[in-house]
Design a protein around this ligand. Structure first.
Ligand code: AMP
Length: 455
């Protein structure tokens, strides 16, 4: 049985006591107990501390004044290390997002947590702040070994891993904490070299590449303090669970680690996994569509299937679209759209599983920099796109899974901005609207596309 948020509220300080609960913390001296096997177990020269970088003397909380506001938590109320507060100030965060406000008082205190939350809610910072706080408050004074991280984050897609690693870099930039990411599709040897060249504290990985490292004995997980499993439902959908099980088994037992698991949905399968992998977790449920509903205007245009492409082209060429993602259901449709749009005046790039990782990274970079206006993407590739300022999300097809609809439209209207989603529905896919409306808990009005969009 999960203890509910309000049960815990009575027993723990909402401002968080940053002493991890005793039974959840392993003795740090245990770092030396198992030296067998790992090729990479070369000690760091003794005396080289892993403590915080000295925070620049000129920075103090005086420079990060955030007034108290009713109903909102400030990061100042969480007793976080100054180096982390400095990074939060640099990022321009002022108040905790709802998931952060709910989760952090418990996760900072060492509790396991399961969060039903999508991207756009601030869940990444919630688990990263928990991890960074733990690393900084529990430095290991003894020798550390290469390729033995203390925090592991696993996520289903390469794009998501890259985004999490970037957020971790941003939040730890005033500390000596090292972050590495392990993803498939890029050079193994290069990743290995990096992981063997310095102490790594946080590893963010996709399951497949992480298993490669474990199988070759190039990484050990027996020193993990905090395990984060992001988008657990998507890992299930993508068939990663056997790999994730293997990864979890390689970490310390659940009594000896803190486990944080996030999922956009709490299906029975997800709940079974959380029971196996967590102990008495705090359960946090964010309204599934609260981010989307508040900030995204949703439109559905009905048309004949053969009109879709010209309507899409005209929408993308209109002045109101400054930056857009177009979703299609399959890779071949994505390629077809990308190639056809390439023959118009629309500047576009493509993100799908068939595109090599290096190319995906450079496309995303050009999109973020505004050098291309439109990204055409599949659901899986689109999951990891965390770009603020996307004005429009366009569903060239309605997705078969209504949860994907919520994820898609959540690519716009992020970080307090507003956005528009336009779904192009035709006789082939309009029937899916019913399920989508049920998931959203709201009716979507269907209309004819404006005449300016019709050739
Ligand atoms: P996520 O749900 O983790 O993908 O985060 C969504 C976006 O919100 C990211 O661009 C974060 O940088 C941003 N963000 C996270 N926490 C906060 C906060 N407390 N205040 C403002 N922006 C935030």
């Amino acid at each position: 049985m999960f203890r509910k948020w309000f049960d815990k509220k009575d027993t723990a300080s909402p401002t968080g006591v940053n002493q991890p609960s005793v039974e959840k913390r392993r003795d740090v001296d245990a770092a030396d107990t198992d030296t067998s096997g790992a090729k990479t177990r070369s000690p760091k020269p003794s005396g080289a501390g892993r403590d915080k970088k000295t925070v620049k003397p000129q920075w103090s909380l005086e420079q990060f004044q955030v007034p108290e506001k009713d109903g909102l938590s400030r990061f100042h109320d969480l007793d976080l290390p100054l180096s982390i507060m400095h990074a939060i100030a640099d990022l321009g965060f002022e108040y905790c997002s709802p998931i952060q406000q709910t989760a952090l008082p418990y996760t900072l205190d060492g509790y396991d947590a399961i969060g039903k939350a999508q991207t756009g809610t601030g869940k990444t910072a919630a688990f990263l702040l928990t991890a960074l706080n733990d690393l900084l408050n529990n430095p290991i004074q003894d020798e550390r070994y290469m390729a033995e991280p203390r925090v592991l984050v696993i996520a289903p897609t390469r794009e998501l891993v890259m985004q999490i690693a970037k957020d971790a870099e941003d939040l730890s930039k005033h500390t000596d904490i090292n972050v590495e990411m392990l993803i498939g599709g890029v050079d193994y040897a290069g990743q290995l070299k990096r992981i063997q060249s310095r102490i790594v504290d946080i590893v963010v990985a996709t399951p497949g590449r992480l298993i490669d490292f474990m199988t070759r004995n190039d990484l050990k997980l027996d020193q993990i303090d905090i395990l984060v499993i992001d988008e657990a439902d998507r890992m299930l959908d993508m068939g990663f669970i056997p790999q994730v099980r293997r990864i979890v088994r390689a970490c310390p037992a659940k009594q000896n680690r803190q486990t944080l698991l996030f999922s956009a949905t709490f299906t029975d399968d997800v709940m079974r996994l959380t029971e196996q992998w967590t102990i008495d977790p705090v359960k946090i449920e964010m309204e599934p569509d609260r981010v989307a509903a508040d900030t995204v205007t949703q439109k559905v245009y009905m048309m004949a299937a053969e009109e879709k492409f010209s309507v899409l082209k005209n929408i993308l060429l209109s002045d109101e679209v400054t930056s857009a993602i177009v979703f299609a259901n399959r890779r071949d449709q994505t390629r077809w759209l990308y190639e056809r749009l390439g023959k118009t005046a629309v500047t576009c790039g493509m993100l799908s599983g068939e595109v090599a990782q290096q190319k995906r990274t450079s496309t995303l970079k050009r999109f973020k920099e505004g050098k291309i206006k439109v990204l055409v993407a599949t659901d899986v590739a689109g999951r990891g796109i965390h770009v603020n300022g996307i004005s429009h999300v366009i569903n060239y097809n309605l997705p078969e899974d209504p949860e994907d609809y919520v994820h898609r439209i959540g690519r716009t209207g992020r970080a307090g901005e507003t956005g528009t989603s336009i779904s192009l529905a035709c006789e082939d896919d309009a029937f899916m609207l019913l399920d989508i409306e049920a998931t959203l808990g709201q009716k979507l009005d269907c209309e004819q596309p404006p005449s300016s969009y019709i050739d």
